[in-house]
Design a protein. Structure first.
Length: 84
């Protein structure tokens, strides 16, 4: 999964043109004792681009991940607004 994320998936997400860059972080103070927690962060300059991604690209990307890894991972989205 980690290799797929860093060598394929994140590049594919940025290649949609809806995000400017991607970063992957490992959570150091993980509450979940069942495994390592990673956070993928994608940045964009508009909510319009984000919504276009969610509507037009996310279902395809999600299906790729689940077809490769099934229920071996959990994914969810949060939207952050940079204040300062």
């Amino acid at each position: 999964w980690l290799q797929w994320m860093t060598t394929i998936h994140m590049d594919e997400v940025v290649a949609t043109g809806m995000f400017d860059q991607a970063s992957l972080y490992r959570l150091q103070d993980a509450v979940d004792e069942e495994g390592i927690t990673y956070v993928a962060q994608y940045t964009t300059d508009s909510m319009q681009r984000y919504h276009t991604y969610i509507n037009d690209f996310a279902p395809i990307m999600r299906e790729k991940g689940f077809s490769l890894f099934g229920d071996q991972f959990i994914a969810f989205r949060s939207v952050l607004e940079k204040i300062a």
